[in-house]
Structure formats: C-alpha cells, structure tokens
Design a protein around this ligand. Sequence first.
Ligand SMILES: Cc1cc2nc3c(=O)[nH]c(=O)nc-3n(C[C@H](O)[C@H](O)[C@H](O)COP(=O)(O)OP(=O)(O)OC[C@H]3O[C@@H](n4cnc5c(N)ncnc54)[C@H](O)[C@@H]3O)c2cc1C
Length: 136
Amino acid sequence: MSVDYSKVHELVIVGSGPAGYTAGVYAARAQLSPVLYEGSVTAGGALMNTTEVENFPGFEHGIMGPDLMDQMRKQALRFGTQLVTDDITEMKLDGEIKTLVDGSGNTLKARAVILAMGSAYNIRNNSPMRMPQDWV
Ligand SMILES: Cc1cc2nc3c(=O)[nH]c(=O)nc-3n(C[C@H](O)[C@H](O)[C@H](O)COP(=O)(O)OP(=O)(O)OC[C@H]3O[C@@H](n4cnc5c(N)ncnc54)[C@H](O)[C@@H]3O)c2cc1C
C-alpha cells in the first residue's frame, strides 16, 4: 500500500530503531494509522550493528540485534503501521498541521510527528534537515 500524500495523516513517525517501531506498534493499535519513515539505508537503527543483546526483556538467552529489530519491524507491520524506506529531509513542526518532505521529494502532512531518530542526526525545527556532512 502506498502512502496517500494528498491527505493529512494523524501521525508520522521518523526513525526505525526500537523507539520508532515501538511507537508504530502502539499508534497502530490505537487506530492512528501511522506512517513510519525507516531511513533509506539504516532501517532498524543502531541494534542492526550489534551482535547479542542480552538485556532485552523476554529473551532469556539473549537475541541477536538484527533478529530483534526484524521482530519489532514485523510487529509494527502486523498492526498496520505503514513503513517507508526513505529519509525525512525537511520538517516544519509548528502549527496544527506539520509538513515533512522525504528523500524522494514527497510532501506529507500530519497532525502529529514522533521524532525517534536516535542520536545520529541533528534536526532543527522549521529548517531543512542537515545532511551527512553536517551530522553531529
Ligand atoms: C554497537 C552497539 C551495541 C549496543 N548494544 C546494546 C545492547 O546490547 N543492549 C541495549 O539495550 N542497547 C544496546 N545499544 C544501544 C541501543 O542500540 C540504543 O539504545 C537504541 O538503538 C536506541 O534506539 P532508538 O530507537 O532511540 O534509536 P536508533 O536505534 O539510533 O534508531 C534511530 C533510527 O532513526 C533513523 N533516522 C534518523 N534520522 C532519520 C530521518 N531523517 N529519516 C528517517 N529515518 C531516520 C535512523 O536511520 C535509525 O534507523 C547498543 C548500541 C550500539 C551502537
């Protein structure tokens, strides 16, 4: 199912680490029909580069980072979170309707935005997102 760029979405989630997929699970279960931007090349977040995660509740013997993130992704999908494998490159977060632009040039409108981008990116409200050469 492709994203409807003509409507105002209830919720857009930016980021696909544990925070993003968790937000997707809860928001989809709350009937908010979330659209989640996973990132163009970094879907799954920091735990994709991790071997064994020993401290995640529910996995007595630990779980490999990529396997954990695959489970979270599938759980978010199962409840209807719409995943987009692209970056958000620009956001305007003031006002009732927020505006986001993705790496393909699509513009989305949303009533709420959850920023779940981890620590790798620096974004500023009302300005184009800083791209790799400017990350801090
Ligand atoms: C090597 C390593 C080992 C670790 N091991 C453990 C461990 O064993 N146990 C543990 O509890 N924690 C561990 N951690 C910490 C854990 O990875 C982080 O706490 C967790 O990943 C943070 O989740 P997050 O969702 O906040 O952000 P991240 O996992 O950083 O995810 C952020 C996501 O947002 C995406 N994103 C950012 N900007 C945009 C944008 N503009 N558009 C679209 N997407 C965007 C990124 O691509 C990324 O996918 C480890 C971390 C590392 C680096």
